[in-house]
Design a protein around this ligand. Sequence first.
Ligand SMILES: [Zn+2]
Length: 548
Amino acid sequence: MQFNLIDERWIPVRRRDGSSDKIAPHEVTKGFDDNPIVSLDAPRPDFNGALIQFLIGLVQTTAAPDDEDDWEELLIAPPSPESLLERFMTVRDAFNLGGDGPRFMQDFEEISTKDSSIEGLLIESPGAHTTELNIDHFIKRNTVSRMCHCCCATALFGFQTNSPAGGPGYMTSLRGGGPLSTLVLGDSSYDSLWQFLFLNVLEKRKFENMCGNPTLTEKKHMFPWMGETRTGRRKKGHQFTGGYTTPEEVHPATMYWAMPRRIRLNLDNRTSSICDICGALSDRIIDSYKEIPGGASYGGAWLHPLTPYYEKTTKGETNILPVHAQPGGISYRHWLGLVLHDSRDNKTPARVVHEFINNRQRNDCQFRLWAFGYDMDKMKARCWYESTMPLLNIDHVIRQTFENCVAGMVRAASEIAMNTRSAVKKAWFKRPGDVRGDVSFVDNTFWQATESVFYDILHDLKSDLGAGGLGIKAGMVWHKELCNQALKLFDLHAWNGPVEDEDPKRIVDARKKLQQYNYGNKIKELLGLPFDKKSTDEKKPIARQKKS
Ligand SMILES: [Zn+2]
């Protein structure tokens, strides 16, 4: 069975007039002047996240701009579909999903093991190892048992790109299990799919200098499935001893085409059926695959261009690690590390974001950041998160002060969110420290309620610092907003606690202490606001009185 991902129309998209279509990759610029493609249109949000990375990777690998002038020109006047096809054809043989030769993102040779249901390629499904142990308690097997080729190719790429831990020998992706990706997103002047993907393609030389060995230009060094399967390193007691795949051993393009899992799709099924994901009728349905442990183990200083990284020092050794989404989602509290450097947490934005802010953003168009990823609990995907946030072009002269101010704003919000939650528990219970219930909804509502004001203030802060100000006014406005929202949330929840335990005096007391702390010195100091050093009003912040 042949299904070539360069030739076939398999990528679901939407055009500006609202019509849906399926395109081959090179057709991304088809109709650009009249009715351009404006978005991907996959049946699942994580499929859109996988497909955009597939397209960025393909263009980065075969049609990267030579320099920044080239990039700017092509962003506005993209290459024709014919010219893109010419570039993509140079790697066509690496994109066969089936056939006798190398297969896209699959093991070089046939694998002999028992079949797994195709739904194992969906990250939220119980993996082969989990099913084997019969511990798929939360997400049951067999909800997706058939996929069309379009969905299956996307699922396979997504699975190799996000690969979670899956038991001994089932390796995680080059960026760990379920990495966070952050992409630059255009505004209404740059709203085509081509521009979206090209905003995230680096100049050839810069990409090649990030990490990896650009002199290794053979296809097997770019697309691991084009050569003998790389096997991974295992701890003592396991049989796989292939060692790590480090950046020095392969071409930089591997970052987009890494293959940690050893998989072969079963493509001989000729049954005609409906795809359980997109609902399309397919005469070549795929219902199973084979997987064996011991795939490539990516080690060393990998720096993927779409992911932010942070420094972590353990036992005197500092490592640079990819950022992953955390419970609670992606909100403005993460803005600093995703858009600008966060020196408190040693977090550095993704290279494409850094490049855009420092060298490419030349006008005041409202570009945004699209951040997405899974919240993983080891081998289980708890949730898919995605969020957009504004990108700001901050002048180098004021950048350090701006970053410090924003860090203070986020810390002040964290303190007040924590304090509000604690005050609600104090209002509800005689012994709030004993409460085991989950009241994180108070924090989540707080973050959501203050988000739009936060972004408004960033613009004001930028103007103020640019005009020689100290950001005091922004700090005051933010302080007022945080205090108001805290009180609003407290009033909403405090009077609706467990009835048998209700005590009006305790509620009034908790409210008073909440205000005292929110208007106290610690919060003012974080926001750079003047405060009375002699004051002791927050010596006993209610958030700290008892473990909560
Ligand atoms: Zn489908």
